[in-house]
Design a protein around this ligand. Structure first.
Ligand code: FES
Length: 122
């Protein structure tokens, strides 16, 4: 059993480890994100939690960053350093992995009708 001191945690990353996400390498992604957090020396600031299905299987593997309420999609294990940099630099909404920010009217996914899709401009 692990006991993490969460008193200094500022962000929590919920990483889906449901069936569809596991099929899309969520285990490798989970390990890679945790390694990136360690390598960036951000272990005190971030807490990661594995979840069951988060309801966005078409965008697997997905994660949700709290308290920013930002959803991430199609995460590849070899993108986690870049993704963490984008989060830290507040540039995650321009990331290929950006899916959705709760409260916004559009979502960056092909699995929703066109009128609800975000267009990421690079
Ligand atoms: S299994 Fe991850 S969103 Fe459904």
């Amino acid at each position: 059993m692990a006991i993490k001191d969460i008193i200094n945690s500022k962000k929590c990353l919920f990483i889906c480890n449901g069936g569809s996400c596991i099929k899309m390498n969520a285990e490798e992604v989970t390990q890679a994100i945790r390694k990136s957090i360690q390598d960036f020396n951000l272990e005190d600031e971030y807490h990661t939690i594995r979840t069951k299905c988060m309801g966005r299987c078409d965008d697997a593997p997905v994660a949700m960053l709290a308290p920013d309420n930002i959803w991430l999609k199609d995460i590849k294990h070899n993108q986690c350093d870049l993704l963490l940099s984008e989060i830290e630099l507040n540039e995650v909404k321009e990331s290929d992995n950006f899916l959705y920010k709760m409260g916004e009217a559009t979502i960056n996914s092909n699995s929703v009708p066109t009128k609800y899709r975000t267009t990421i401009k690079k």
